[in-house]
Design a protein around this ligand. Structure first.
Ligand code: 2U9
Length: 366
């Protein structure tokens, strides 16, 4: 047996005896590392005469190969044994509850807007949106509220210091009506849309916030009359409040953009100290609650939007989304809607999976 055989046997025996991965690494360095004994033998090949090198090279390479294979085999065996030991000692309890994921909720305003879109889609209305930063013309003039019209006082809003190139002053829209004006101007007639969104007025107390939400509706077509308006609002309110006994009372009113204009009241009863919508407001112990504003679109508004009022007529309505949410889901302070208090949202918010549908009922379960 020559020195190479001895070296190979000794290396393989020491590798087989190595206690752990660290000891194995020490042996790898000792034999195959840059300064290792097998590496040193490889280097001697370079100094040999060609014939000698030819004779010695296969033996030295085979030695290097055996040591390398022995190291790899031992390492794999050690790692396998370690894994088996871990699997045998560690247990996984699949019955433990999963850690709770933080969960958001849908704000009641968003929920009600989704419900409104669903109900009106069923009646053939599309949802229209537009800018919250408006110009004077689209927000006021086109809606029959020219400069210095007294109705502008009720719509006191936030003006920007700069003027728009054509539409006069720039402001935060006071209603979503400019969206309907823009739709009529860009799409022409017929029109059947609702315009939900944020609106702004310079107002702040327990029942008014400087920003609130509205949904307005507009139908422009041939031969439209007040009967269409009444049917639409009745169908909408019955679907929204999920009650067939909703009764409407139309009261004459005034808005510059509609003529004639009607205020819409809904009958309610007092049950357990709370107002519950349903039944005629004239019944004993009942009352009427003002809910919506509406009317036939003023022919001057139709004209200013570029349509012929002798050919096209229409009705329009507007209602506060926040107020609808309060009435349906029982909140009593409007300001809490916009405080961003997560406890309020946890209480009044809705599951994102509870999408309103007409077939399942638009009323989400809180
Ligand atoms: C166009 C023409 C007419 C929209 C209308 C009302 C009546 C109304 C209020 C309800 C509660 C606003 O949120 S609120 O304070 N709205 O009373 N809105 S008619 O009339 C339009 C809209 C667009 C082109």
């Amino acid at each position: 047996m020559d020195d190479l055989d001895t070296l190979e046997r000794e290396a393989c025996a020491r590798i087989a005896d190595a206690a752990d991965l660290a000891a194995l690494e020490v042996l790898r360095v000792e034999y195959l590392g840059k300064q290792g004994s097998v590496s040193a033998l490889m280097k001697t090949l370079g100094a040999m005469a060609p014939e000698e090198r030819q004779a010695q090279a296969p033996r030295i390479q085979s030695l290097r190969q055996s040591v390398s294979v022995a190291l790899e085999t031992r390492k794999a065996a050690m790692e396998k044994a370690e894994l088996e030991q871990r699997l045998a000692s560690e247990t996984l309890d699949l019955t433990l509850p999963a850690p709770e994921m933080p969960k958001g909720s849908v704000h009641p305003v968003s929920q009600v807007m989704d419900e409104l879109a669903e109900i009106f889609a069923d009646m053939g209305f599309a949802v229209a949106t537009g800018p919250e930063i408006e110009d004077d013309w689209h927000n006021f003039t086109a809606l029959n509220m020219p400069e210095s019209h007294p109705a502008r006082a009720m719509h006191d809003t936030f003006y920007f210091p700069d003027a728009a190139p054509e539409g006069g002053r720039i402001l935060l829209r006071t209603h979503t009506s400019p969206v309907q004006v823009r739709t009529m101007m860009s799409q022409g007639a017929p029109v059947r849309i609702i315009a939900p969104g944020r609106v702004y007025r310079s107002d702040s107390d327990a029942t008014h916030t400087p920003m609130f939400h509205q949904v307005e509706g507009l139908v422009i077509d041939r031969g439209i009359h007040l009967g269409h308006l009444k049917w639409t609002l009745e169908t909408f309110l019955k679907a929204f409040f999920e009650r067939e006994d909703i009764v409407l009372r139309l009261r004459p009113s005034y808005f510059p953009f509609t003529e004639p204009s009607v205020e819409v009241d809904v009958g309610f009863a007092i049950e357990g100290g709370r107002r519950v919508l349903g039944g005629s407001g004239d019944a004993p112990g009942h009352g009427w609650m003002e809910l919506l504003g509406s009317g036939m679109v003023n022919r001057r508004v139709i004209e200013m939007s570029g349509l012929d009022p002798d050919e096209w007529q229409g009705f329009a309505f507007g209602v506060g989304v926040d107020r609808l949410a309060m009435l349906k889901y029982g909140m009593d302070d409007l300001r809490a809607f916009f405080d961003g208090d997560v406890r309020w949202l946890r209480h009044y918010g809705f599951s994102p999976f509870d999408q309103p549908t007409l077939s399942a009922g638009v009323g989400a379960r809180a």
